[in-house]
Design a protein around this ligand. Structure first.
Ligand SMILES: *Cc1c(COP(=O)(O)O)cnc(C)c1O
Length: 360
């Protein structure tokens, strides 16, 4: 049976990437060692991390005045690093669009010296839309933090806001490399790798040079400027995850890069949204102008029926469809590596399930 993995993260990886990793697992480039066993200071690993960076720069068209960091601690550590580095003595502004942004806000608020303000929220409607943002914000603020794609609620910004001199900081964990974003619309982008980049353990940070902190941070590991100075090797970086990310970037380039993968993602999402619209059984809880391409929640409105659907889906090889515990129902995550034929097979299954309900 073919398994289609709809997991929100850690998520499906391209089969081709896994095959390459398998073929190189025991003996990387004739070294007689696995990448896992290489020194992070070796020339073989240096080539891996350098090509990972240059491939990412090429894919996202990252300008020279932005630095790329390969860190650890997940997106969650960035909830602390961003305010600690960027908001020294300045106000930090946040948009509250779901569970992850809420967490980012509470972590920032826990830093006692910090002045945090939430400038817009969609909590009033269980985060089922992207709220309208103020036209202007305090120009002395350090940044406006947004979550480009809300993994749990299934919403995404259709356009990236502009606040003049105040940079936009984005948690892009669940749709980095899936949309054709302009890096120059952001001051800082961060993403945990396990959704659209590679295995867990790696966090990518892209930061505009002028935002690098001038004063050292009390904890060196949390200091962007020091991490930049050390080329992400202040300590041992997550070497194998960086190697896997490099293979994923190569695969993305082979797919035609971001413009082409973005078109494919739109096609995949459209097939599923169309099936939900057509259905009389399934509904999308998300307002139509705010829908995500990568994370698509849907419900029947009946908890027992949701459960029956999830069970029947599992039996057919459609894995990890259960919605987040805070939302319920189902959630299909259609990241870059999720195949088009998997979406087609799945909507056929949805139709079959619905027609069988009619007979009961
Ligand atoms: C998954 C996720 C996180 C948490 O990521 P970790 O790497 O587990 O810390 C944060 N923000 C968003 C938008 C996510 O999807």
């Amino acid at each position: 049976m073919t398994i289609y993995n709809f997991s929100a993260g850690p998520a499906v990886l391209p089969k081709k990437v896994l095959e390459t990793a398998q073929s190189e697992l025991l003996n990387y480039r004739g070294s007689g060692m696995s990448v896992m066993e290489l020194s992070h200071r070796s020339s073989l690993f240096d080539e891996i991390i350098c090509s990972a960076e240059s491939l990412l720069r090429e894919l996202m068209e990252i300008p020279d005045n932005y630095k790329v960091l390969f860190l650890q601690g997940g997106a969650s550590l960035q909830f602390s690093m961003v305010p600690l580095n960027l908001a020294q003595g300045k106000k930090a502004l946040y948009v509250d669009t779901g569970a992850w942004s809420k967490k980012a806000i509470s972590v920032a608020k826990a830093i006692s010296t910090l002045d945090v303000e939430v400038i817009a929220s969609s909590e009033d409607k269980s985060y089922n839309y992207i709220p309208e943002l103020p036209q202007t914000v305090d120009q002395a603020a350090a940044y406006v933090h947004i979550t480009t794609n809300n993994t749990i609620e299934g919403t995404a910004y259709s356009t990236i806001p502009n606040f003049g001199k105040v940079p936009v900081v984005a948690d892009m964990s669940s749709n980095i490399l899936a949309n054709d974003y302009q890096v120059t619309d952001f001051g800082l982008i961060y993403a945990g790798a396990q959704k659209n980049i590679g295995p867990a353990g790696l966090t990518v940070v892209i930061i505009r040079e002028d935002l690098l902190n001038q004063t050292a941070i009390f904890a060196p590991m949390l200091d962007y400027a020091l991490q930049v100075k050390s080329n992400s090797m202040y300590n041992t970086p997550p070497t194998y995850s960086i190697y896997m990310a490099k293979l994923v970037f190569e695969w993305l380039k082979d797919q035609g890069g971001i413009p082409s993968i973005f078109e494919k993602n739109k096609e995949k999402a459209k097939i599923l949204y169309d099936a939900i619209e057509k259905s009389e059984l399934f509904k999308s809880p998300v307002r139509s102008d705010s829908r995500s391409l990568t994370n698509i929640p849907f419900v029947t409105g009946n908890v027992e029926l949701d459960k029956a659907f999830n069970q029947a889906a599992l039996a057919e090889g459609f894995q990890n469809l259960k919605g987040h515990r805070s939302v319920g129902g189902m959630r299909a995550s259609l990241y870059n590596a999720f195949p088009l034929e998997g979406v087609r097979a799945f909507v056929t299954f949805m139709e079959k399930f619905e027609s069988e309900q009619g007979g009961k």
